[in-house]
Design a protein around this ligand. Structure first.
Ligand code: KIV
Length: 274
């Protein structure tokens, strides 16, 4: 019988040790979380991608802690089994240690997340150690870190040059040393992802990082074809839902206008007088 017990950070480690691939997807609301549970997804990430995917922002930088909390709470309500990880939004962890601890604490205590994710290398390692001291597990994120989009000069593949690859490998080791339980590798060449995955004892979760990571993550809306822009190179569309939704909404408009909806079966019957 399939194991239905909740996914924990230690279970993810065991999965790496046994060579069982980890499945992860983003979710931003309760029905999506329920769907992901039903499908057996191991990790649900409430990513700050919510800013672009759901809130209409140009990038992830404007996302606030309150907005993250709003979505984490919703996902928590729909989630029963997956490990629930919440992104720490831009400027909630880079500046002040006390602010970092409070922000992460709120995502756990009020939001109901099991762990937080933060982007960056050496510079965030001290924060990771302090978060662990207050019992908050941390997922790292290296390679293309979207909160650094302006410094990186756009959404570009990272670690292509030997020096860059060496830096990412070093940072991965530093983060592992600081206590992260898992590491997202975004948009790096597959050979680098394989090297990092081999060298670390914690699981790596790839997005645009090839097949050698211990697990994979995608943005749910991207893999379902819900967005209105063409898919990025590393996204596989497992469904094309937007055209189906557009067709349904257009049919509704046409039927309301021409009187075909509502039909008799959609109306309530009156009760007869006694
Ligand atoms: O915000 C997000 O959705 C992410 C994933 C793409 C890894 O960080």
């Amino acid at each position: 019988m399939a194991d239905k017990s909740p996914i924990t950070t230690t279970k993810l480690l065991e999965m790496k040790q046994k060579g069982v691939k980890i499945t992860a997807l983003t979710a931003y609301d309760a029905p999506s979380a329920r769907l992901l549970n039903e499908a057996g997804v191991d990790v649900i990430l409430v990513g700050d991608s919510v800013g672009m995917v759901k809130l209409g922002y140009e990038n992830t930088l404007p996302v606030t802690l309150e907005e993250m909390l709003h979505h984490v709470k919703a996902v928590k309500k729909g989630n029963s089994r997956s490990l629930l990880v919440a992104d720490m939004p831009y400027l909630s962890y880079e500046i002040d240690l006390k602010d970092t601890l409070k922000a992460a604490g709120r995502l756990i205590k009020e939001g109901g997340a099991h762990a937080v994710k933060l982007e960056g290398g050496m510079e965030v390692a001290p924060m990771v150690k302090e978060l662990l001291k207050i019992n908050i597990p941390v997922m790292g994120h290296l390679g293309l870190t979207p909160q650094a989009v302006h410094r990186l000069g756009g959404y570009k593949v990272q670690g292509r040059k030997p020096q860059e690859a060496e830096r990412i490998l070093t940072e991965a080791r530093v983060l592992e040393g600081s206590g992260i339980f898992s590491l997202v590798l975004e948009c790096v060449p597959p050979e680098l992802a394989r090297e990092v995955t081999r060298k670390l004892s914690i699981p790596t979760i790839g997005i645009g990082a090839g097949a050698h990571c211990d697990g994979q993550i995608l943005v749910l809306d991207d893999m379902l074809g819900l967005g209105d822009s063409p898919p990025l190179k590393f996204v596989k569309r497992y469904a094309e839902l937007r055209p189906a939704m557009l067709k349904a909404v257009s049919s509704y408009c046409r039927e309301v206008r021409d009187g075909a909806f509502p039909a008799a079966e959609h109306a309530f019957v009156s009760l007869k007088a006694e």
